[in-house]
Design a protein around this ligand. Structure first.
Ligand SMILES: Cc1ncc(COP(=O)(O)O)c(C=O)c1O
Length: 392
């Protein structure tokens, strides 16, 4: 007989976010006075641009402190619809937008309203570590499809197609990608569109949260814009966290078919209600403002990403597929290392280096390093990484 405090099967099966856990462990060690060099950050190291903060302070002093519509502030939903229509070339109406508590809740809500128990979701690996957990929380079955570093993390369309079964409901896309920094090209997206056209019941979730963080010469293409005929079964997930340095604000959005958005809004109305009302005014200011601040931050990551990559490429035994976007590098460890978690534990214990094991992202041969830290931290992190590998 289970005791009065037994947890649900759902809670028991849940894996807490490893990236958040590693960041917290690194901070705890730092507090104990241990010299920790952390390249584990999954967030910008900039403050939120002033004009966004000022608009939010004004909203607070104007008394925007009450409940609002669960689906989001109408002005913000409208501005997001405009942004998607004119920046991303996805004609979008107000009622096709849901403002969520970060991109994470957009994904959570989408899978909650789309999936029935046993429905399968294809997730190209390496993937952002929350996708499989969020799928499982909705009763679905994550189906990772590998795209190894040895193949440049390129999507294997044949393998994806072979993984489609009658139970497959959604294909997940993430470009620019976390953790690989992979940016899907127009031709790759066109190839994917051809595949999706052959499977009329397949839906696509396109996570574009790193859309502005692109290496020079790269461009972002939204899947729904590349394949407008498939728009009715495409869902866009995006947010303000990465582009505008607003991780703590918890502001994201989901866009797609209005019937699905309505269901996701109903779910939100019975779970979290509206996203913080005055924070939404900050997001509105972000969208209405110039993108210069976003471009400046992106340029700074580009310089630092390059330094990280150059350093990694000089380390013996490391294979690096150069990331083309986001703010991570995902190098493959030497063949002698087969357990990325054990390797990262050693990195923290022996070198005070916090990095994230690739196993959490579906590739145990790699580790994730962030460049959203100072250039000194990158240099110090590289030398600790090098020292550890020399002993491995
Ligand atoms: C690929 C990807 N999607 C979504 C998110 C969620 O972002 P948010 O902070 O807006 O919930 C993250 C955050 O790390 C991410 O890396």
């Amino acid at each position: 007989m289970p005791g009065p405090l037994s947890l649900s099967n759902r809670a028991l099966a849940l894996q807490p976010s490893l990236t958040l856990a590693i960041g917290a462990r690194a901070k705890a060690l730092q507090k104990q006075g241990i010299d920790v060099c952390s390249l584990s950050a999954g967030e910008p190291d900039f403050g939120t641009p002033d004009f966004i903060v000022e608009a939010t302070i004004k909203a607070l002093t104007d008394g925007i402190t009450r409940y609002g519509p669960a689906a989001g502030d109408p002005d913000l939903r409208d501005a997001i619809a405009q942004k998607l229509s004119f920046e991303n070339n996805i004609p979008t109406k107000f009622e096709q937008v849901l403002v969520t508590n970060g991109g994470k809740q957009a994904i959570y809500n989408l899978f909650q309203v789309l999936l029935n128990p046993g429905d399968e979701v294809i997730i190209p690996a390496p993937y952002w570590l929350s996708y499989p957990e969020i799928v499982r929380l909705a009763g679905g079955k994550p189906v990772p499809v590998p795209s190894p570093a040895s193949d440049g993390f390129g999507l294997d369309l044949e393998l994806i197609e072979q993984s489609i079964t009658p139970a497959t409901k959604v294909l997940v896309l993430n470009s620019p990608g976390n953790p690989t920094g992979r940016v899907l090209s127009l031709s790759e997206l066109e190839g994917l569109a051809t595949l999706v056209r052959k499977h009329p019941n397949l839906m696509v979730m396109s996570d574009e949260i790193y859309e502005y963080l692109l290496d020079q010469g790269q461009s972002h293409h939204s899947f729904a814009a590349v394949a407008p005929d498939l728009k009715h079964r495409c869902f866009v997930v995006n947010g303000f966290a990465k582009g505008w340095a607003m991780t703590g604000w918890r502001l994201g959005y989901l866009s797609g078919d209005s019937m699905v958005i309505k269901a996701a809004a109903a779910l939100q109305s019975q779970s979290t209600s509206n996203v913080c009302s005055f924070a939404q005014r900050g997001a509105l200011a972000a969208l209405q403002g110039s993108r210069d601040c976003v471009r400046e931050m992106a340029a700074s990551y580009n310089t630092r990403r390059e330094e990280l990559c150059v350093g990694l490429q000089q380390i013996e035994g490391i294979t690096l597929v150069p990331p083309r976007g986001a703010f991570y590098a995902f190098p493959r460890l030497p063949d002698a290392v087969s357990d990325s978690l054990a390797f990262c534990e050693r990195a923290l214990e022996e070198e005070g280096l916090a990095i994230v094991p690739g196993g959490a992202f579906g590739d145990d041969r790699c580790v994730r390093l962030s460049c959203a830290v100072s250039r000194e931290t990158i240099a110090e992190g590289l030398s600790r990484f090098n020292r550890l590998l020399a002993r491995t």
